[in-house]
Design a protein around this ligand. Sequence first.
Ligand SMILES: Nc1ncnc2c1ncn2[C@@H]1O[C@H](COP(=O)(O)OP(=O)(O)OP(=O)(O)O)[C@@H](O)[C@H]1O
Length: 377
Amino acid sequence: MIEFRDIEKRYDDSEPAVSGLNLRIPDGRITVFVGPSGCGKTTSLRMINRMVDPTSGTIEVDGRDVSRVPPHELRRSMGYVMQQGGLLPHRTVADNVATVPRLLGAGKAEARGRAAGLLERVGLDPALAGRYPAQLSGGQQQRVGVARALAADPPILLMDEPFSAVDPVVRSELQRELLRLQDELSKTIVFVTHDIDEAVLLGDQVAVFGAGGVLHQFSPPAELLSAPANDFVARFVGRDRGFRALSFQPASRIALRPTSAYDAAALASAPRFASDGSLRAALDAVLASPDGVAVATGPGGHDVGTADATDVMAALAAVRGEDGAGRVGPVPAPDGDPGSDGDPGSDGDPGSAAAEASVGGPAGRRAPGGGVADGVA
Ligand SMILES: Nc1ncnc2c1ncn2[C@@H]1O[C@H](COP(=O)(O)OP(=O)(O)OP(=O)(O)O)[C@@H](O)[C@H]1O
């Protein structure tokens, strides 16, 4: 576990970059730091591996105060991926990745073999291994950056806006790839972004920062969407948070109709959604259907029933009727902010409801069957 205790960081006499930060980052999960520009996300991330030292307070990793650990030793246990990949321009892709095992004492052949395995793992075409970074696309460079960060097999991965410089399609691919990798590797990942959609998609836990490096909320994404801690978080999450929250409700709540009730020809071309996916993906399929009817598929890909908008809304109404964590909405509109665009700028509300920074219960990242990954992209 990574624990921030009463952390403050001041670079100079101006407003603190981070203030009063108390946070416990769980092992084996993805924790996302999100917030508008300049709110201390990168500073907080860099204090974990001592690229930046706090002005006061302590950070512990597995109970060890990081200020007592030599930075080079600390960084061996933490991979770091930055926005531009941070690759060495005069070394080939394979050498960029093999450098880390070489530094850790592996022989040349072993390091090369490990690099090839890692590049395959992050989905990079082996034919690109001999190229130089400048000969790769932005998305390919980021894959190499992730492979390099994983080369020492560190338990912790720090990722600073790793996908922000690539186009939306590649970004979505990289996000899915990261979730797939994480299912295999279960690293403790701390991921910085200013994009709330990315935070909600990737995070098991999401920390929302505001002006002056104040933490406003630390919650699983479903809770962030259904119960923002204050007006600042509500504005940051955006007006369509109710729709986004559908990503966390299972499509299995829909009472499906038999496929035999519909015209076979219309059925063949109707959009599909996974019956074990999310309500959001189901609603999307229904809305995309010319006839307003979508077909649910089972785990083997075969058709198991159909649904229309009424069926999806009935499932939603059932969810909304329930108490507790399954709540989708409604969420009270933030005072005086009828037209939020999801980016509250720097007009945070540091004095409002204190951020709850303890880590509770199991994370609720995705609806059963990984439906969110499809639904949010
Ligand atoms: N080396 C530095 N010297 C002085 N001030 C700094 C330094 N690094 C960051 N800051 C200031 O600290 C504050 C927080 O910066 P930080 O980079 O942590 O924010 P951020 O939330 O990651 O922003 P962005 O999303 O724009 O990357 C900002 O006001 C920034 O100007």
